[in-house]
Each structure stands twice: as structure tokens, then as C-alpha cells.
Design a protein around this ligand. Sequence first.
Ligand code: AMP
Ligand code: ZN
Length: 456
Amino acid sequence: MIRLYNTLTRQKEEFKPIHEGKVSLYACGPTVYWFAHIGNVRRYVFDDILRRVLEFNGLEVKHVMNITDVGHLTGDMDEGEDKMIVAMRREGKTAHEIAKFYTDAFLQDVDRLNIRRANIYPKATDHIPEQIEMIKHLEKNGYAYRTSDGIYFDTSKLENYGRLSQQRSEEKKAGARVEMGEKRHATDFALWRFSGMGSIREMEWESPWGVGFPGWHIECSAMSMKYLDVPFDIHTGGVDHIAVHHENEIAQTQGAEGILEANFWMHSEFLTVDNGKMSKSLGNLYTIDDLIAKGYDPLAYRYFVLSAHYRSKINFTFEALDAAQNALTKLRETVRDWDEPDVGCAELEEKFLAAMNDDLGTPQALAIVWELVNADLPTGAKAESILRMDQVLGLRLKEYVAHRVQVPSVVQDLVEQREEARNAKDWKRSDELRKQIEILGFLVEDTPGGSHIKKF
Ligand code: AMP
Ligand code: ZN
């Protein structure tokens, strides 16, 4: 049995797909105007763990992730600057060039973190007609009104607006100072925006209401409906999506189709850096490229993310990343010396699966991995089990299990000579021999149990 925390009901529920054996999963994807930072990436690792757990349980997952390549505004509440236009100005490129470049960069991070790629990455700009169609539907059903700058969704018309964040319109208005403009209610939001009078936008489209561009919530309602039947099984995002973006997606699909968009709504918590917000001005905004440049393996970052539950905040520090890198290195080196996989250890595998099926308990699952590593069992059994566990963890352990380092005899001879030199306390000779070994591409480590040889 798989149990998942559903933000909609604020509790863990048994997950049962709508269609037996198949899961429809929609994940809000990146706005492709800049590199993903390590906080963004945490969210995509969470999606990946969810998907791998479902697949490990024998379910077939259809995973859709949108690519937001229409500039929406920097603020949640239809205010601020258009992110894509900011990027175009910064880099002197067209919107298309910006979107292409950062989509490629995003997919590169996805691959480097061993995140399984979604089945479909629909782009907002390829689905303008679908978005217009949905807004027409909302208009027909009486949920839309016009102001001088766009078409808005009237949230007062929907009886249970605010059900996801469990906040009513008036409370939101009191809680946040909202730029009302001509909006009728604080929570109303743009479905379509008109291009400014006289100003030229590179990204604008004809519509029944006038030339303009879609509001930023409509693409997810329109594209999830296009690629998955609504209601679909699971919708994911970051916790920042709960109050506005997902609330509004629910409202749009409810208003246009009269149904709840998805049964399960799952949200991953934020990552902080040095216990605070990440920002470029503080110099603590890191990308996966930055971590690689500092000598870290992207999978060490993945390990770090897995060490916390997705619904807990996680604080990034380089000490914590060092610890994750060390743990991963130790794991790789240990499994290298194991025998070829044979029958596994059912008891620990079951324990592992139970932890994962209980709302994706990755910290517990990692603890069980170490329990397996330290267990007094034949290494072939451990190898089989760890490979199965790694189908969910995604640490690419297959590349290491039972891949003992083949040490050429010349290197072996040098190592032995070095050990003799060390026994005779001839440190100069021992250092010379170490250098020769390194030239041949091997590292020698002195451990209490004797010399340990690694490939460079
Ligand atoms: P954006 O590309 O800015 O729309 O953000 C993409 C995703 O990253 C969203 O799902 C956010 O929820 C998530 N996100 C942004 N900042 C953080 C953070 N510091 N920690 C975790 N997730 C974040
Ligand atoms: Zn979305």
C-alpha cells in the first residue's frame, strides 16, 4: 500500500490510481529564463522519487511537465516585471533563444541528477490556442470579466475557492497587500493580459479579447487537460505554489470543466542556504554547474536531498554537501568489493519499500541502505538488494557494484615495494613510489588494514 500526503486534505491517504495500474502525473515545471538553482532542483528530485516509487510498485506513470516559456510576471499576483523580457534584455537574445538555451540547461541538470525525464514537456507557447479555448469556456460559464488591462477570473463565483490553501479571499486580502487595480476581489487573477498600449512585446498573440498574452496559471490547466484526462491522479509543485498557482489552476479547471483537476496535490518544501534565502546579491545562489566547478558530484547533491523528507525544509551548507559526498563515496567503494548480485535480502528490501511507500520516506530508506551495508550477510545478497533499492534512490550504484578495481601487476609491485619502504620507515622512498603509482593512474590510501588502491 502506498500512502501519500495530500495537501488538499492535509493528511496521508492511501494512493489508488484512477485507472488500475496507471498513474497520471502532472508537475509544474521551470520558467526557462535562467539556470535552475539548487532549490529548484530539489523540487525536481522530489518528483523523480515519487515517480520511481510508483514505478517500483509496478505502476505505469505518464509524467507531464510543462515548460513555461511565456513571460509571466515576477510576482505571484500578476505584478512585477515579465521574467522572459528581463532575460531578453539581459542577454540581448530573442525569447525563443532564451527559452531554448535554458530548457537545454534544465534538461542537462535533469540528466546529471539522474532524474527520469518526463514523457512530455509541453511548452506554453505551443499551446496558446488551448489556453484561449479554456478562457472562452470560463467566459461562457460566467467566471470571467474584463478590465482595461485584461480578462480576469472572478474567484467569488466559485463556492470553494481557496480549498487547497484553506484560506478565504477576504483573509488573503487582509494578509497580503494586493495591488487591486480594477480587480473585483483580491484573489481574482488574470487569464489574459492585453499588450500595453503602444508598447511592443515580442511574445503576443491574437485573441477574441485583443492582442496580448496568457496569465501564468492558465497554461497548466489547459496543458494538463490536453495530455492527461482530468481529473488526473497527482499534481506536484513546490510549497510556494499552494496559495496562488495551484489554487488558481483548481479554480480554472473547476470553472471550465466542472471537475477537480487532480485527486492528489503534493508539494515539496523549500531549501535554504546557510539558514536563509538564496539570492544572487548574497552570493549564495548555487547551480549544479557551480557545485561541479567546486569538485562535487551532482549525485552527491541528490544524496543530500534524499537525506531529508520532502515535506521538511532542508538547509544547504557545504559541510552538509561534503558529508553527502563522503557517504556516497564510501557507499560506492564498499559495493565495489562485493560479489556479483545473487539472491537478495527480502527482509531489508521490504523494510526499504515500506519506508518509501510511507509518503516517500527517503531519510529512513537511506538508513536502511546503511543497515544493509553493515549487515552480516553474503555480499552477493547485499549487492542484489542494493541494486533494487537504487532503482528508487537513483544513485547509479549499478556502475559500482562488483566492479573491483583491476590493478595491473606493475602497479601491484609498486604498492608492495611501497609497503616495504613504509615498514622500514623510508618515507622518501615511499613518497617516490606513491608518485610512480599516481603516474600510472592509481591512488594509494593508507588504512589501518593496509594499502587501499583506487583508480584516479
Ligand atoms: P521557477 O522556475 O522560479 O518557477 O521555480 C521552479 C520551482 O522551484 C518551483 O516549483 C518552486 O516551487 C521551486 N523553488 C523555488 N525556490 C526554491 C527553493 N529555495 N527551494 C525549493 N524549491 C524552490
Ligand atoms: Zn503549474
